[in-house]
Structures are given as structure tokens and as C-alpha cells.
Design a protein around this ligand. Structure first.
Ligand code: MTE
Ligand code: HPA
Ligand code: MOS
Length: 750
């Protein structure tokens, strides 16, 4: 089945916030933000701006009737700055005017005096100065310090991975409309409608039932709208509460880039110990997460770094610690992989360094340490249905690794100024929100009396095609054709108390709820059908818009059955609630079983390096991926390819730059390079691994949104391999992204 949005997407007919027809009296919002990264606000002069014709009102923290607080995990982030600013781009005021152009003009008329304070932009500096978001977290298994003594090889090193801009095509935005009696409707481009509702209620000082949040779809989220769609919606809601007129607020790209957080940069240190036969016996890592100026989701992201610090390897002695370092950058936030990629880059770097020192291929160490059934992760979960080795060996075999390596060797012998490199990248990614209480979802299904069906869930469609998967689930269970099922917008009055669409778990959680609701409806309809056909209930089945008795199609159509059910006053609506079973995690011990299951896979990446210029091309990425039993392979392979491109971008091209004053330098697409058709791999092959899937995956079709991003890490090491082929003196460095500039320096390093 094709993505159900593809038709309207291609014709430009799909609706996004900015496409909505707005009321004639609607006003437009624009944020005035801090022009300094840290300081005391001495004064702000709004008089000229307020006097401008067409400016309705300028809102500040003084206009908040509830609490001026939007922090989700830790209440450490004001909606609008009060007396201090902590990052360049921090919202200070919200201008509401008759047009966007007037609001922009007004913004230029605001003057501000700030007494500047010292600025911290790096995690290392923050750690030295003791500037943290919260207490550090550590996971441990076995005993590392004793084990290092017995290791033949012990290596230490340092890594850095930079941030990453989400670059959703649709920027952040909302349209907020006053309703009766102080109620407010918010149409938002958010992954977390409940988070918007809850935060707006808190800031406005009204109960949640007075706020309805509706999400049509997102032009991409990638984690950037899990938490950070909230402030804009809340600002507009404050204005609507006061003005009683609709307010539209869509950020332009410059404002979005400057004011929103990104993937967290990490500075990390590792120590790895191996035996003479290349078994990793001990691994220690210290992760310094650059959290930015407020917590946002940083503590949860830090936690996932620890969960994925050993990637696909079994290491019996592990000690990992993560510090969420408070700096004067915009609060960094969720980004596909959610701290997992940052953790996995470090273990891969440690293995690369060990291989280099020992004088073996990186893959020898990787292969010698892949997870086995019943191995224990450092957080206590026992690995089951493990596909680490299966995906590894089937990638090697299916893609003829030996032949590939021979070709590369020959090429490198024959060419002086071009070198090729290769790497293998296994991945293991845990599925579930690491915060156990978030793993639940609901669905509300209406069968209308003409037999058509409306499906509401808490799932937000952001391009990952979750709506198509929800439709497939409903259609399969009800036994009706796709044209009879409609996916409704995501709306907090229909499905309440939702977790954000995130953690790759949206289809699993919401799909299970759809499954439960449809099964309940079928149970009722089975009784009606059995009576109508004078048949035994256990022989009744629903298929192809008809009722079947065993395998034989009856004359009873879905429509006639629904008409009869109506007459018999049978409930044709159902609400279901699903909560993931089995999972738990005890934070006081840092042990438990946090994940419903894991996703596995292996990628082989080959690159060609131009050794005069430092440019490289990714020739191919060949992947064996564990989809379980994919319910929609077209969509799932699309997710693999998109995530891979994003992972490669993070590892090779995308270079976020702030100056020492905390100003974003890479503030436009002219200074921030994202993967395009030229830098994408020339060949991408994705082969599904033959597996049984997992019961907790929807229709045994495993979550796919985030895991493949980490195949992109392979690009870093393939380039490194090629650099080394040209310059044997090159000392391995682990400083991503590996931009052509850095490659060039490495090629000629003495
Ligand atoms: N794919 C598209 N096209 N657009 C997106 O914004 N977000 C990714 C991934 N794939 C995203 C995407 C992220 S960060 C997550 S967590 C998952 O989709 C969320 O959706 P799922 O839980 O349905 O996989
Ligand atoms: N993944 C993604 N988003 C989240 C998580 C997680 O584990 N926990 C809270 N938000
Ligand atoms: Mo995805 S980073 O969990 O929104």
C-alpha cells in the first residue's frame, strides 16, 4: 500500500499550518529574542514598536496569568526571559500585529540593554566550571578497573560529535483561535499535542479541558517538534487569551534556525580493554553532553546515550557516565536517535583506535564481540531474539564483502590520487520510551452508519507514514477496503493524554490500540452477523467488505451488516487503551528491562576519496536490516534511506558553528550544508533480514524510524579508512563531522 498522503503531497494539496484559511480578523505573531548569549537585562524599550500603526500588543512575561514556565522534565525554562538571558535567540517578547511585515518592522524598533555575563559554549568548559543541568548518571556492569589490569591491550581516547539542525521542511508554527467562554483551539505543528495543551494550560492559568490541540500533519519533525513546538503555540495562546482574536505564528527559517535547539554535541572520553584474541573485556566512557541553557529533553537523551553506549557488542565490564552540561546555547533537544547515535559513535571510535594500535582490521574486533542470545546489557536487560550476528554475517555474504574488499585493495594499489575506503557498521537500538510511564496510547474508532470508518489515535503524521500503517491495521481487522477508512487529525479532545510521537514507537503503541478497538468492534459485529446468517459465531470472518462463513463468502456485505447493527442499537464506536507490557526500569539501581525489543542491522559503506581536494563520494551503502515482518516494505525502506541520509549528513557534512559569544554562525542554508542528491550514496541497497518479528511490534513489523540513522556512522569510518590508505602517518581522530576540509588536513598530516 502506498503512503495515503502521497497523492495530495505530489499535487501540493496536503494541508500544513501555513496553508490553513484564517479568519479575517486574524493577527500575526513574531518573537523578539535575545541578541546576546548571557547577561542581565537592564532595560528593554518597546515604546517605538508599540507606537507603530498596526501593532496590537507586545507580550512579555508580565502578561502571563499562570506560570511563566515551559520546562517539561525540569522547570528551568521561562517562556519569555524575565531578568536574565541565557542564550542568543532566547524569546523575550512576542509582537502581535495586523500583518507579519508590521510585526517585523516593530521588532527592529525594539532596543535592549544587556549587561553581559561570561558565555559558555562547549560542554568541556561547562564541566570545568561545574555548570550542569542535573546530577550525572552512570550505568555499570561487572568491574572495569579490575579487568583492565588483565587486558593485553588498553587504549584511551577522545571523541567529539557535533550537533545537527533538524531542517524539517515546514518550520515551527501554529494558528490559535479563541472559542467560547475562554476556551482556545491550537492548531500546531507539534509531535506532542498533549505537551502543547498541558503547557498552554499552565502558562495561561486555565484547566486543560479549555484547550484543544489539533495536528493535521507535520512537514517533518525529526525530534525537533517533540518539545520545541510548544513555546510558539503557547505564546500565541497567551495573545489569544488577551486579545480574543485568532493569532497565526509561523517562524521564518532564520528565526527557526537561531531560536531552536538541535542535536546535542558530545565530547566524550573512552577507555577500552581487549584480550589477545580481541575480546573487549572492559569499556569505560564519560560523555559530556552539551545540553544548552535549559534541560528540555536533555536528561532523557543522556539516558539513551548510556543505553546504547555498547551498540551491538557484548562487553562484560562496563562503566559509563553522562554529564548534562549547561551552556549558553539554545536548549538542545530530541533528534532522531535521541542520544543513541552519540553513544554509538564513541564505542565505534574506541574499536577503531584499538584496531589501529593492534594492527588488525576494525571489523575483526567488531565481529569478535557481537551480541549473543542471553547476553546482558549494561542496564540489566537480557538480549533475546538477537539478530546482531545474523545481520552481520548475512551482510558479509549477500554483499560479497571479500570481493568488495579485494576491489578496494586493487583500486588503492592502482591509484595514487584517489583512494577507496570501506567500513562495516552494526546497529542495535532499543524500542520503547526509556521513561516507562510514557509507553501507552489510545485509539478511538467510529463506524458510521454507511459503513465508512474514522480512526483517531494519538499518532502524529510527520512523513514517517504512521497514518498509512494505522489504516492498514484497521482495514485488516475490519476486513474492509482502504477507501472505507479515514485517518482523522490528531486531536486532544478525541484522544487525550498522549505521549509525543517519538522513540520510533508511534506505530507500535497507537497501532496496538487500533488493533484492540477494532477487535472489540468485530466481536460485537460477529454476533450480529452470526444471527443474520444463522451461523456459528466462531465461523464468522470479515474480509473484502463481506462476511465470510469460514472461507466461503456470504451474501452479507459490510454495509448491510452495519445497517442491521444500527437497527439493533449496537455500539459502533470503540475506544481502546494500550500500555506496553513487560517493560520496567529502576532508576535507583539503573537496572531493568526498559525496551520492548531491539532492532538490529548491519551496513557496509564504501567511499572514494579525492586525495588532491579532500572531497569524497559515498559509493554505496548496503544494508541488511531487521524489519521483523514489515507491514509495508516500501514505507519502511523509505525510512531506512531517509535516516541513513540524515546519519551520513551528521557524520560528514553538517557543521553547526557558534562563535565564542554564542551566536549561531551556520544560520542559513548557505553556511550549513545538508546532504543533497549529489552527496547521497550513489547506491543504497536494503535487504530485509528474515526474522519472525516481535509480538510487541505492530503486526510483528518492527519500529523503523530511528535505528537506521546510525548506519550513517559507517561513513565516518569508511572515509577514515580511505584517508589512512593515502597517508599512513595519519593519526586517527574522532571528530565528527568529517568534512572535506578536515579530510584534506588529515591527508597531508605528517
Ligand atoms: N520520517 C519523516 N519522514 N519525518 C520525520 O519527521 N521523524 C523520525 C522518524 N522518521 C521523522 C521520520 C523520528 S525522530 C522518529 S522518533 C520517528 O520517525 C517517529 O515516528 P514513528 O514512531 O512512527 O516511527
Ligand atoms: N525517545 C524519544 N523521545 C523521548 C524518549 C525516548 O526514549 N523519552 C522521552 N521522550
Ligand atoms: Mo524522535 S528523536 O524520538 O522524535
Amino acid at each position: 500500500m502506498k503512503n495515503i498522503d502521497s497523492f495530495t503531497h505530489v499535487r501540493g494539496e496536503s494541508l500544513f499550518v501555513d496553508d490553513l484559511m484564517i479568519r479575517q480578523d486574524a493577527l500575526f505573531g513574531l518573537c523578539f529574542d535575545s541578541p546576546k548569549a548571557h547577561g542581565k537585562i537592564i532595560s528593554v524599550d518597546y515604546t517605538k514598536a508599540e507606537a507603530l500603526e498596526g501593532v496590537e500588543k507586545i507580550f512579555t512575561y508580565k502578561d502571563v496569568l499562570g506560570e511563566n514556565q515551559i520546562g517539561g522534565i525540569i522547570p528551568d525554562e521561562p517562556l519569555w526571559a524575565e531578568n536574565e538571558v541565557h542564550f542568543w535567540g532566547q524569546p523575550i517578547a512576542f509582537i502581535v500585529a495586523k500583518t507579519e511585515a508590521i510585526a517585523k518592522k516593530a521588532r527592529a524598533l525594539i532596543t535592549i540593554k544587556i549587561e553581559e555575563l561570561p558565555v559558555i559554549t562547549t560542554a568541556k568548559e561547562a564541566k570545568e566550571k561545574g555548570s550542569f543541568i542535573n546530577a550525572p548518571r552512570s550505568f555499570s556492569l561487572g568491574n572495569t578497573s579490575d579487568t583492565f589490569k588483565d587486558c593485553k591491550y588498553v587504549l584511551e581516547g577522545e571523541t567529539f560529535s557535533n550537533g545537527q539542525e533538524h531542517l524539517y521542511i515546514e518550520t515551527q508554527g501554529c494558528y490559535v483561535i479563541p472559542q467560547e467562554n475562554g476556551s482556545i483551539k491550537i492548531i500546531s505543528s507539534t509531535q506532542g499535542p498533549t505537551q502543547v495543551q498541558k503547557t498552554a494550560a499552565k502558562v495561561l492559568g486555565i484547566p486543560m479541558h479549555k484547550i484543544e490541540v489539533d495536528v493535521i500533519r507535520l512537514g517533518g519533525g525529526f525530534g525537533g517538534k517533540e518539545d520545541q513546538a510548544t513555546p510558539w503555540a503557547v505564546m500565541a495562546a497567551v495573545a489569544v487569551q488577551y486579545l480574543n482574536k485568532p493569532v497565526k505564528f509561523v517562524l521564518n527559517r532564520h528565526d527557526d534556525l537561531r531560536m531552536t535547539g538541535k542535536r546535542h554535541p558530545y565530547s566524550s572520553f573512552f577507555k577500552i580493554g581487549l584480550t589477545k584474541d580481541l575480546k573487549i573485556k572492559a569499556f569505560e566512557a564519560e560523555f559530556l553532553q552539551n545540553s544548552g541553557a535549559a534541560a528540555d529533553l536533555s536528561p532523557a537523551i543522556a539516558e539513551r546515550t548510556l543505553f546504547h553506549a555498547t551498540n551491538s557488542y557484548f562487553i562484560p565490564n562496563v562503566k559509563t557516565t553522562v554529564y548534562s552540561c549547561k551552556t549558553n546555547l539554545p536548549p538542545n533537544t530530541a533528534f532522531r536517535g535521541f542520544g543513541g547515535p552519540q553513544g554509538m559513535f564513541v564505542i565505534e571510535s574506541a574499536i577503531a583506535k584499538a584496531a589501529d594500535k593492534i594492527g588488525v582490521d576494525k571489523k575483526e574486533i567488531q565481529e569478535a564481540n557481537l551480541l549473543n542470545e542471553n547476553d546482558e546489557f549494561s542496564y540489566g536487560q537480557i538480549a533475546t531474539e538477537v539478530q546482531a550476528k545474523k545481520s552481520w554475517f548475512s551482510a558479509k555474504e549477500k554483499f560479497e564483502l571479500e570481493k568488495l574488499e579485494k576491489e578496494i585493495e586493487d583500486f588503492n594499489k592502482e591509484n595514487q590520487l584517489y583512494k577507496k575506503g570501506i567500513s562495516l557498521m552494526p546497529i542495535t537500538f532499543g524500542i520503547s520510551f526509556t521513561n516507562t510511564p510514557m509507553n501507552h496510547a489510545r485509539a478511538l474508532i467510529h463506524i458510521y452508519q454507511d459503513g465508512s470508518v474514522g480512526v483517531s489515535t494519538g499518532a502524529v503524521e510527520m512523513g514517517q507514514s504512521v497514518n498509512t500503517k494505522m489504516l492498514q491495521v484497521a482495514q485488516d481487522i475490519l476486513g474492509i477496503s482502504a477507501d472505507k477508512v479515514k485517518l482523522e487529525t490528531t486531536n486532544t479532545t478525541r484522544v487525550a493524554n498522549t505521549s509525543p510521537s517519538a522513540a520510533s514507537s508511534t506505530a507500535d503503541l497507537n497501532g496496538k490500540a487500533v488493533e484492540m478497538a477494532c477487535n472489540s468492534l468485530i466481536e460485537r459485529l460477529t454476533k450480529v452477523a452470526a444471527k443474520m446468517l444463522s451461523s456459528d459465531e466462531k465461523n464468522i470472518h470479515f474480509k473484502d467488505n463481506f462476511v465470510f462463513i469460514d472461507t466461503k463468502k456470504s451474501s452479507l456485505s459490510w454495509e448491510i451488516l452495519i445497517t442491521q447493527a444500527m437497527l439493533e442499537r449496537i455500539a459502533l464506536s470503540e475506544n481502546a487503551h494500550y500500555a506496553t507490557p513487560i517493560i520496567d526500569f529502576d532508576k535507583s539501581k539503573e537496572k531493568g528491562h526498559p525496551f520492548a525489543y531491539h532492532v538490529y542491522g548491519t551496513a557496509i559503506t564504501t567511499v572514494t576519496l579525492d586525495c588532491l581536494r579532500g572531497n569524497y563520494e559515498i559509493d554505496s551503502v548496503k544494508i541488511v536490516h531487521d524489519f521483523g515482518k514489515s507491514m509495508n516494505l516500501g514505507i519502511d525502506i523509505g525510512q531506512v534511506e531517509g535516516a541513513l541520509a540524515q546519519g551520513i549528513g551528521w557524520m560528514t557534512l553538517e557543521e553547526i558553528a557558534y562563535n565564542k559569544d554564542g551566536r549561531l554562525l551556520s544560520n542559513a542554508l548557505s553556511t550549513y550544508k545538508v546532504p543533497d542528491v549529489f552527496s547521497s550514496p550513489k547506491t543504497i541497497v536494503t535487504i530485509p533480514l528474515e526474522t519472525d518479528g516481535n509480538e510487541m511490534a505492530i503486526q510483528k513489523s518492527k519500529a523503523v524510524g530511528e535505528p537506521p540513522l546510525m548506519y550513517g556512522i559507517g561513513a565516518y569510518f569508511a572515509i577514515q579508512h580511505a584517508v589512512k590508505a593515502f597517508n599512513p602517518n595519519y593519526k586517527l581522530k574522532f571528530h565528527a563531522p568529517f568534512t572535506p576540509e578536515k579530510v584534506l588536513m588529515s591527508l597531508y598530516e605528517k
